[in-house]
Design a protein around this ligand. Structure first.
Ligand code: LMR
Length: 327
């Protein structure tokens, strides 16, 4: 059996974690025959909750779950980890934008970036889910120079899945029949659902849905505002769907696809082929090589609509970066 994988989960007593942890422990990320160690981190006031989650994980007797470490000291919790799901962040309430959380969360991610720098394995892969996830991931990597910026990701898989589901519903088809649908930019109201390169049943999506007014209007808006819609309905942000997407996102980063299909992820934008500022965490279509590395997928032509929307998202991310760097 391969060496056990050490997985750090921050915000481990939160709602997303409560869905994620049991799925990780049941082998959904690596499959059976790969043991894992869970490192659960949360704030000191959540220590009781951490103990409770640990007991429930123990009582589930997952065969592949070798050990569970709980801790309120970030650096200790991050010791020797291979992967991190950074869920912990102050959540957004009704009427708030994700960037309203920048101030409070930037402090958390400075400290956690430093902790990862000291304690994580040099090749560890870090997925930031806590919002605003793009800029939180940027802060984290800025503070972790021992790790390559290419090891940091922000989760836009949830937006990709939301878009695929909405397209499938419109077409009365299955989400798995949609391919090449990408989210560009920021995980915010300005995220860019790129339907222009999407394919349905091996053909351009635009052949199946020629109505670009619908695609650029109600469809885009639905994907952009889905997070807020869920907050309004539940009174809390998405949790189980975020956990599902986090697993899909990490699996797509970890394992190569024999057909080399791309997927969306917020990545460090250095040397991107789209002319976007090279020092952001910006969502692009990427292809993973199965060894923790990835490359950009380059679409040769961008429509004027797509370029314009990508520039708006870029501007927003530059503003977020300026805001946290001026603190
Ligand atoms: C989501 O998209 O559901 C999450 O990012 C939560 C939020 O703040 O919208």
């Amino acid at each position: 059996m391969a060496a056990s994988k050490k997985i750090l989960v921050t915000g481990a007593t939160g709602q997303i974690a409560y869905s994620l942890l049991f799925r990780l422990a049941s082998g959904e990320l690596f499959g059976a025959s790969q043991e894992i160690d869970l490192h659960l981190y949360d704030l000191p006031e959540m220590e009781g909750g951490l103990k409770g989650v640990k007991m429930e994980l123990e009582d589930s007797c997952f065969p592949e779950l070798r050990s569970i470490i709980i801790g309120t000291d970030f650096e200790k919790a991050a010791e020797g980890i291979d992967l991190a799901f950074m869920l912990g962040a102050k959540p957004r309430g009704a009427g708030m934008e994700r960037k309203d959380l920048l101030g409070e969360n930037s402090k958390i991610f400075v400290q956690q970036g430093k902790g990862l720098n000291k304690a994580a394995k040099k090749e560890a892969l870090i997925l930031v889910v806590g919002n605003p996830c793009n800029t939180n991931a940027l802060i984290c990597l800025d503070n972790a120079p021992n790790l390559s910026p290419k090891q940091f990701f922000a989760m836009t898989m949830l937006d990709q899945l939301r878009g695929e589901c909405a397209l499938a519903e419109h077409l009365k088809a299955r989400p798995q029949d949609i391919e090449g649908f990408t989210i560009f930019g920021n995980h915010s109201n300005n995220l860019v659902p790129d339907y222009t390169h999407a394919r349905f049943m091996q053909k351009s999506l635009l052949e199946a849905i020629p109505d670009e007014k619908w695609l650029q209007g109600p469809f885009c808006e639905k994907v952009q505002k889905r997070g807020a819609e869920i907050i309004a309905a539940r009174g809390k942000s998405s949790a189980a769907s975020a956990a599902s997407a986090a697993i899909r996102q990490m699996r797509s980063i970890l394992f190569s696809d024999p057909q080399e299909r791309s997927f969306s992820a917020g990545v460090f934008s250095e040397k991107n082929p789209y002319g976007i500022d090279p020092a952001l965490i910006y969502s692009f279509p990427i292809i993973a090589d199965g060894n923790g590395r990835w490359r950009y997928k380059k679409f040769d032509r961008l429509s004027p609509w797509l370029s314009e929307k990508m520039a708006i998202s870029e501007k927003e991310l530059i503003e977020e970066r300026n805001l946290v760097r001026s603190k």
